[in-house]
Design a protein around this ligand. Structure first.
Ligand SMILES: Cc1ncc(COP(=O)(O)O)c(C=O)c1O
Length: 443
């Protein structure tokens, strides 16, 4: 390549169509990250930015972890790739066996994917096929929840409940319905932890059972704490009630733990935090500390066993990805689990939760702040939208925060924060202190 062409390539921001981004805004004034270590990013113009979001809710053990990098490098030189279908390699089995030591009792089987979206679609397919292999193929309906986020594949956006993610894409999956979301600022604003009001919203599932009949419903999927839609917590008693309704009607309960898995709430999974065990759990992100794509779907033993019948030479479940359980992701996953274990990160959030909550709730009273909520190491500050310009106020906060050296995330007019689990209290102070300045200066 000529020197002239090289310069053109380096400065060409047009070719890359950025995901979930305001492309034109970004390309006018890029926020370019070039390095990361521990809890901080470094930008192209040499500034440090404190990571208040664990990347995208995934870098739970912090950045630049040598142990993971070395494990990945070793794996690449030893066995770079192995076919995933009808063949195996030891690390996929080892990682699966290690992972199920963390899951609730009775959930002892793992299906590997490469992302949260793939985990969700895999879980939905497992649910449909499970009912069919046990002779209840009439259960074809999938139930999601308003405001749910379950990734971007067709299954996930069908059961998901975020209108912008759905409205462009035609009819989506048929046979899908939604229960109501649980966000109720009028009754629950500024609650620390689980809100008091709204357990009865789980009964919305009974309404759908009455409408469609339980014999047509395969599964219901919810996030224990909805993350991407703005940190919505389950009211006290809500998940228990959902579990009981599912049991009553033979409906599978799927927890989408892509964000809540791997220590985010101060427990290994959201299921542990809330004391409610689903039938299937979808995960991704933290399974490899976010550094190599991987997802994992955990299923109850009865579900796995229902497939293990028929002639033994036949494939039991016609589903899988070229990279399901690939050696490099598995090596990253094993090294990540070592770090989580050695540093106690899967429960560290519990030690920091109340300090984090105090800092966050101290922002109450700032202009435009209409709610603050928290759970484990996830928190949100909801702003009143600018009339006629929804999302603009929070987006301005995001840009301003980045200029001032902190990374936050916004969705609608909600600011979400979810720091790496290695955060120190002083870093919570720095993050929330800067956020206070940013919010205080918003129009
Ligand atoms: C609950 C939930 N499910 C699924 C996904 C999709 O994951 P991915 O972006 O890895 O496909 C996300 C991503 O944030 C998520 O929060």
């Amino acid at each position: 390549m000529s020197a002239d062409a090289a310069v053109r390539v380096t400065n060409n921001l047009e070719a890359f169509w950025m995901p979930f981004s305001a492309n034109r805004q970004f390309k006018q004034k890029p926020r370019m990250l070039v390095a990361a270590e521990g809890t901080r990013y470094r930008t192209a113009d040499g500034r440090e930015v404190l990571d208040g979001t664990s990347g995208l809710w995934c870098v739970n053990a912090g950045h630049g972890r040598r142990q993971i990098a070395d494990a990945v490098h070793r794996q690449l030189t030893e066995l770079d790739y192995a076919p995933a279908f009808q063949m195996g390699h030891p690390k996929a089995f080892e990682l699966a066996a290690r992972l199920i030591t963390l899951t609730p009792p009775g959930i002892d089987h793992v299906f590997f994917t490469n992302s949260g979206s793939e985990s969700v679609d895999t879980a939905l397919k497992i649910a449909l096929a499970y009912h069919r292999v046990r002779g209840e193929g009439s259960r074809f309906r999938l139930i999601g929840r308003e405001r749910g986020y379950h990734g971007v594949n067709f299954g996930g956006i069908s059961v998901g409940g975020i209108v912008t993610n759905r409205k462009m894409f035609g009819t989506l999956l048929t046979g899908v319905d939604h229960i109501r979301h649980t966000h109720d600022i009028e009754r629950n604003a500024f609650t620390r932890g689980q809100p008091a009001y709204g357990a009865e919203l789980a009964d919305d599932l009974e309404r759908l059972v009455a409408l469609h009949d339980a014999s047509t419903i395969a599964a219901v999927i919810v996030e224990p704490v909805a993350g991407s839609t703005g940190v919505l917590l389950p009211p006290k008693g809500y998940l228990e009630r959902l579990r009981a309704i599912c049991d009553r009607h033979g409906i599978l309960l799927i927890f989408d733990e892509v964000i809540t898995g791997f220590g985010r709430l101060g427990t290994p999974f959201g299921a542990d935090y809330f004391g409610v065990t689903p039938d299937i759990m979808t995960t991704a992100k933290g399974v490899t500390n976010g550094v190599v794509p991987m997802g994992a779907v955990f299923v109850k033993n009865e579900i796995y066993e229902a497939f293990m019948n028929g002639p033994e030479h036949l494939i039991e479940f016609f589903h899988g990805y070229t990279y399901s359980g690939n050696p490099v992701s598995c090596a990253a996953g094993l090294a990540t689990l070592d770090i989580y274990q050695e540093e106690g990160l899967l429960t560290r959030g519990a030690e920091l939760e109340s300090y984090f909550a105090d800092a966050l709730h101290d922002l109450r009273g700032l202009p435009h702040v209409i709610d603050i909520r928290n759970c484990g190491m996830v928190g949100a500050v909801e702003l009143e939208p600018i009339p006629g310009a929804p999302t603009k106020r929070a987006f301005t906060a995001f840009i301003e925060a980045f200029e001032r050296g902190i990374m936050i995330r916004t969705t609608g007019d909600i600011i979400a924060i979810s720091p790496p689990l290695i955060f120190e209290k002083s870093e919570i102070d720095e993050l929330v202190g800067t956020l206070r300045d940013v919010i205080g200066k918003l129009d």
